[in-house]
Design a binder for this molecule. Structure first.
Ligand code: BGC
Length: 260
């Protein structure tokens, strides 16, 4: 019997969700994508999420994992760099549990994506320290050491040359400033060489929507560390969120209650 969980990835522009087989990483439902409600206020995001989750499964015993662009400790969202400031210090996990009437696991979006890449994607089975970075509106970071996630590595907010790193090197900055791949790659090289100097990882993974164009910019980077595109593209966040939710709910020991 398959072990299922709902994975949701909440971003600044879109919310993606699917029912996931957490043993194989396969999506076992359609992937739903809706626009993030303008302003990104908690009440509106919760309402949008409830609609999607109810569409995916009526069974309230299915664990639900939510990936979110903030550092999160004990279900509380701690930062809000690219989202409404009302999330700062919010008991987000409890709010979602109350409003959805379901068990929720709330996790950082890059952490979820990194875990999925190590379980099912490009770094499957990789030992040592893997650093996942997501290049999107901001820059997300995740540390995975010997397959175990070390949460809340806010690597987009390293201060480099006097700037918050994501305000120089994110994909949103590339788009906003119309940077060529070459000019953006210079900024990325400055960023990744700083991160490799600090942490000496075995591998960098580059995720976010722009990773589908990896051949345009990754070969331009001169680094000591191998750097590879994410294999799961934009599904990594929701897949990882589903896995973390299933594990938090101990569903690996519990027969799945929906699906085959
Ligand atoms: C946030 C991180 C998030 C990243 C990618 C950053 O601005 O602080 O928590 O992982 O953006 O969404």
């Amino acid at each position: 019997m398959s072990k299922l969980a709902v994975g949701i990835d909440i971003g600044g522009t879109g919310i993606k969700a699917a029912l996931v087989d957490v043993e194989t990483g396969e999506l076992v439902s359609e992937r739903i994508k809706i626009a993030t409600p303008p302003g990104g206020e908690p009440a509106d995001i919760v309402a949008a999420t409830r609609t999607i989750v109810d569409q995916l499964t009526a069974d309230h015993s299915v664990p639900v994992g939510v990936a979110f662009p903030s550092a999160i400790r004990h279900g509380v969202t701690l930062l809000a760099a690219n989202i409404s400031k009302s999330w700062i210090g919010l008991e987000a996990e409890k709010l979602f549990e109350r409003e959805l009437g379901r068990n929720i696991t709330f996790v950082n979006d890059a952490d979820a994506a990194g875990l999925a890449e190590v379980r099912f994607g490009t770094a499957k089975g990789q030992q040592g320290l893997v650093i996942m970075t997501t290049l999107g509106t901001g820059i997300g970071g995740a540390f995975i050491f010997n397959g175990t996630l070390i949460p809340n590595a806010e690597l987009g907010h390293l201060e480099i040359d006097g700037h918050d790193a994501e305000t120089r090197a994110s994909n949103a900055v590339r788009e906003r400033k119309g940077l060529s791949w070459e000019r953006w790659a210079k900024r990325l090289e400055r960023y990744y060489s700083h991160v490799e100097m600090l942490f000496s990882p075995e591998l960098f993974i580059v995720g976010g929507g722009v990773s589908k164009h990896a051949e345009e910019f990754l070969p331009l980077l001169d680094l000591r560390t191998p750097i590879v595109p994410a294999a799961l593209l934009n599904n990594a966040g929701l897949m990882g969120a589903a896995v973390l939710a299933a594990e938090a709910n101990g569903s690996a020991d519990t027969p799945g209650s929906v699906g085959a």
